[in-house]
Write a protein that binds this ligand. Structure first.
Ligand code: DGY
Length: 420
């Protein structure tokens, strides 16, 4: 076994706690995160299928009664993380945050099922998992798209997972910061502040959170009154792909998904309304302020992962993608470096993230095999040089953020081992 494959497995095992795995063991993220856990499960599936299933089961144990799967589960109350469970003050069986994160579980589960021999005992577990994911997706359709547009909203930048992306700059400018706000960040004591979001961003994150809390996280209420409401093309691409995957998995178990199938049809049609034909790019929409958002973010290319049946658009996107940061040594930068919002080192405003590369690699495979292999090769090289950090400079590969980062290790395993 190659050394780094071995190290990737050890990284995951080192971050593992009782039935779930931390995004990193350096105290920055001392809880279970939703989309991190999905990537982590994929990593485990290459050497311990039971751990993979357990990771997902534990995450779904935190599902709310209405169907939402929270973005964080606070299994351990004694940590320094902010905002911790007391600041959120919610949860069902497990203390949690009151918002969600990109729903990629169905996609990850499908990959795991396609690649593995599953025992009868595991099949039973998986059927329960699939039922819960269906409820999760139905929650999105019901509460995050009340007008039935085929596109779902996020109500907090943290729901995207790309927390301080410039995509949110304009909608965030409009968020009024609560008076006399008092809280204490922990993240910028653990990681260099120039690699983390700004204080003014946190003031707004906390103000939005407090407003959700004031409305008791009532899903109908908060859709109307959240200080932040955005339809993001990247997020909707991940949801569209996950819906397609969920239908396929559910068919195997004879589970009913007609609501989801109907929704996919509407999404496929209406997501094209976010396409700017002239520029050949997708934009997002600030629902609260009724504005289009044009930011050259790598997450806009997640649409390739959603497999739109439109070669004209796909080809145009791939052409633009090849220019995204072609003059840099490493790709993909989160933001096109020529854009004025680009910052080489700051979290989601410039650095290379392995999960973004992974979505794009997956999206390219059936459209431009040569380029997809190139993306894979370059990503593996970056990880081999800089190891399993959270994010990396696109200029020189400098590793940044947390070390021993679980999803970087997990996706390294997938890039290296997956047969296709
Ligand atoms: C953090 O704490 O930085 C997380 O990304 C929020 O989910």
């Amino acid at each position: 076994m190659s050394n780094l494959i071995n190290k990737a497995q050890k990284t995951l095992l080192g971050n593992r706690r009782k039935g779930y795995t931390l995004p990193t063991n350096n105290k920055l993220y001392p809880a279970q995160w939703n989309w991190d856990s999905a990537f982590i499960a994929l990593g485990y599936s290459y050497f311990n299928l039971n751990y993979a299933i357990k990771e997902i089961t534990t995450l779904l144990d935190g599902q709310w009664k209405d169907g939402m799967v929270p973005h964080i589960l606070f299994h351990n109350p004694n940590t320094n993380y902010y905002p911790n469970y007391t600041a959120w003050n919610c949860g069902n069986k497990i203390r949690s945050s009151g918002i969600t994160q990109p729903p990629i579980l169905a996609t990850i589960l499908k990959l795991i099922l396609d690649k593995n021999k599953i025992s009868n005992k595991q099949i039973k577990e998986i059927k329960k998992i699939v039922k819960k994911i269906i409820r999760f997706h139905e929650w999105f359709i019901k509460f995050r798209d009340p007008k039935k547009t085929g596109l779902v909203s996020i109500l907090h930048p943290w729901e995207s997972g790309y927390d301080n992306s410039p995509i949110w700059d304009k909608p965030m400018e409009k968020v009024t910061i609560e008076k006399n706000l008092k809280y204490k960040r922990a993240d910028n004591k653990l990681i260099k502040p120039d690699q983390r979001p700004l204080n003014i961003d946190y003031d707004r994150y906390v103000s939005i959170k407090n407003n959700l809390r004031k409305n008791k996280y009532n899903p109908k209420e908060i859709f109307k009154s959240s200080l932040f409401n955005v339809v993001d093309v990247g997020f909707n691409s991940l949801f569209l792909k996950a819906n397609k995957d969920l239908i396929q998995i559910s068919n195997k178990f004879n589970l009913e998904t007609s609501k989801i199938s109907d929704y996919v049809k509407v999404t496929e049609k209406n997501i094209l309304k976010l396409y700017d034909k002239k520029k050949g790019i997708f934009f997002s929409k600030d629902i609260r302020n009724n504005k289009k958002i044009y930011i050259p973010s790598i997450t806009n290319y997640f649409i390739l992962f959603a497999d739109l049946n439109n070669n004209l658009i796909n080809n145009k996107l791939i052409k633009n993608l090849k220019n995204h940061n072609k003059n840099d040594k490493y790709f993909f930068s989160t933001i096109k470096p020529s854009h004025n919002s680009f910052e080489e080192n700051r979290y989601w405003r410039g650095p290379v993230w392995i999960n973004c590369n992974w979505f794009i690699y997956q999206g390219l495979k059936n459209k431009d095999l040569k380029f997809s292999n190139y993306v894979k090769k370059k990503t593996i090289k970056l990880l081999e040089k800089s190891k399993f950090y959270e994010y990396f400079s696109c200029k020189n590969g400098q590793p940044m953020g947390a070390k021993n980062f679980s999803w970087s290790a997990s996706l390294y395993l997938d890039f290296k081992i997956s047969p296709n």
